[in-house]
Design a protein around this ligand. Sequence first.
Ligand SMILES: Nc1ncnc2c1ncn2[C@@H]1O[C@H](COP(=O)(O)OP(=O)(O)OP(=O)(O)O)[C@@H](O)[C@H]1O
Ligand SMILES: [Mg+2]
Length: 355
Amino acid sequence: MAVFDKILKHGESIIKDELVLDYEYLPKIIKYRENEQAHIATCIKPLFEGRQGKNLFITGSSGIGKTAAIRSIIQELEEKGLDDQVTPIYINCWKKDTPYKIALEICDQINYKFVQNRNTDELLKEITKILNKKTAALFFDEIDKLEDHSILYSLLEDIYKKSIFLITNDREFLSNLDNRIRSRLTPEKLEFRPYNYNEVLGIFKQRVEYAFYPNAIDKETIDLLAKKTYELEDLRIGLFLLKEAATQAENSSSKIISLDHANNAIKKLSTFKSNSSDNLEIEKKQILSLVKNNPNTTITDLHKLYQESGGEKAYRTFFRYIEELEQNGLVSKEIPKEGSGRSTIVKYGKKLTDF
Ligand SMILES: Nc1ncnc2c1ncn2[C@@H]1O[C@H](COP(=O)(O)OP(=O)(O)OP(=O)(O)O)[C@@H](O)[C@H]1O
Ligand SMILES: [Mg+2]
């Protein structure tokens, strides 16, 4: 049997370091987010001077570096030993979605071990005691996934000197907060905008250099993948494309990633399954870019185009996605006058009257 001879040939790999293409991988420098990181640092700065920090509400669509920018700030705080003065806490509220789970996670991050048989209030008392010895920068990522906001109230009330950061895709999130929390929080606002084409290209080049052996991918292929990533406004998808194109090349024992491999990776996007929510986001983004590239097109025709490009959802689901995109202010429907015999047209962006 020579089945494995072909797939296990040594020394012919294109990928030098696969981890670099992982979503969790954090590059040393988060390019093009210097201004956003500076804004975050300004909110924490008063804490170093023993004063009250500022709170910040961070928004922006998926896969554009919000979490990466924050993780890299926390890493810098720790590397420079500044966590002596300001304790950084990072919580992903999608994973820790109740006050109790958050309290446990904070205990873990501040190394408080006596958590057995203690309820949320008891844990919070210990947390407060420890955090109040210094100051604290608390980052709540994916905050819209937290159903019970009471822990925010407790932290706002009981931690003396802190900065609280709320991060979400949902621009309207603050309006869901109880007035008593909102008025204590009074955050500044910071919106992350999607990367432009040159920025996507710059980030790609940095990753390609670390991930692949020299000359494994040429400029034209990088350009194609960067263009697709720019259209979908999501670097997470870009990383998937780079990895998928490299895998396609390796599977066909090619020493370079060709345009064909890149195109195959792009085709795979619509069947991309990492987890269901990611998948949904990707599907919606593809629909959004379809609307963007086909101005003044009716929903029925858009659905046809969507199916032609490999989309599998039936009209009803497609219609619901369009409605969700509309609720997020990303597209708007132009409903024709009754009796005009015309169909509903979908436009990219908000209606002017919505601003
Ligand atoms: N400027 C950058 N340089 C290098 N890599 C980046 C940059 N911006 C984003 N990335 C990478 O792109 C991926 C997505 O970024 P990130 O997780 O920060 O997105 P996000 O804005 O938090 O998205 P979501 O709202 O879905 O959580 C990550 O793997 C991240 O490392
Ligand atoms: Mg994130």
